[in-house]
Design a protein around this ligand. Structure first.
Ligand code: ATP
Length: 254
């Protein structure tokens, strides 16, 4: 069957003052893929992530996620639609426990009358139990279950990245955007992170990954998009990208 697109962005542009950080860029992520986004420093990769998830509003462009335009939505609404992201420096709350960080991702309820509130209380208790069970499973999958009651602030930078990824999976999203999952992480943990991404992908999760570590990109990705100076430079399989003269030149030039 033809590969159907989960995320399609076209004509995306954003300037900061005189700098065209993202300049008429496009990207597509097919369902079930691990798609890479690479490019030299300052190419606009993180800005493009911010534009896709509406953390920053684009000057222009169209973003379609799972068949629906999403530019008019707030970042939390986009997350509810099933597109979640992590950050270059993991955004975990250090003064909450690892488990509390996971439960942050669970949904809140509101009530209208007391009977509804009572029913919701029971429902919330049941959901809380389910959330904890899901959290424990996910923490086990990233090797952090035994740290569930430690402060998140006690984790290493790499462990916080694993925690942030596990938390992103709490809501069972359709697409996860990972901003440099391997940056500042020791080689053993990098392998663990890659294995996790690979396993989650084989279970059906779709990923878009920014990464400077080419081994990570080459081993994980089905397809790689290359940005340079805010523009699309190339797209192809890891092997095609690795031997593309324009891509090599863009990296040598920096
Ligand atoms: P890196 O690989 O180093 O993380 P990147 O490809 O993610 O780089 P961006 O961080 O998106 O690149 O930056 C693209 C360009 O936009 C850079 O020239 C950067 O200085 C500029 N830029 C990004 N955010 C802002 C901002 N909020 N205000 C001004 N300029 C910005």
């Amino acid at each position: 069957p033809p590969l159907s697109p989960l995320l399609t962005a076209t004509g995306i542009a954003k300037s900061f003052g005189g700098i065209k950080a993202v300049d008429n860029a496009e990207i597509e992520v097919t369902k079930g893929s691990i798609t890479g986004l690479i490019g030299p420093n300052g190419a606009g990769k993180t800005t493009l992530f911010n534009l896709l998830s509406n953390f920053i509003r684009p000057d222009r462009g169209t973003v379609v996620f799972d068949g629906e335009p999403i530019q008019h939505l707030q970042p939390h609404q986009i997350a509810q639609q099933g597109m979640v992201r992590t950050f270059q420096v993991a955004r975990t709350l250090s003064r909450l426990s690892v488990m509390e960080n996971m439960l942050l991702a669970a949904q809140k309820q509101t009530g209208e009358n007391l009977w509804q509130v009572w029913l919701q209380r029971k429902q919330v208790a049941a959901e809380e139990k389910q959330s904890r069970e899901r959290a424990i499973k996910l923490l086990e999958s990233v090797g952090l279950a035994r740290m569930a009651n430690e402060y998140a602030g006690a984790l290493s930078g790499g462990q916080r990245k694993l925690l942030e990824m596990a938390r992103a999976l709490m809501t069972n999203p359709k697409l996860i955007l990972l901003d440099e999952p391997a940056a500042g992480v020791n080689p053993t943990l990098i392998n663990q992170i890659c294995d996790r991404i690979d396993t989650w992908n084989s279970e059906g999760m779709t990923f878009l990954i920014i990464e400077h570590n080419m081994d990570v990109i080459m081993s994980l990705c089905d397809r790689v998009w290359v940005l340079a100076e805010g523009k699309n430079l190339a797209v192809g399989t890891p092997a095609e990208i690795q031997s593309n003269p324009q891509v090599l030149e863009a990296y040598l030039g920096q």
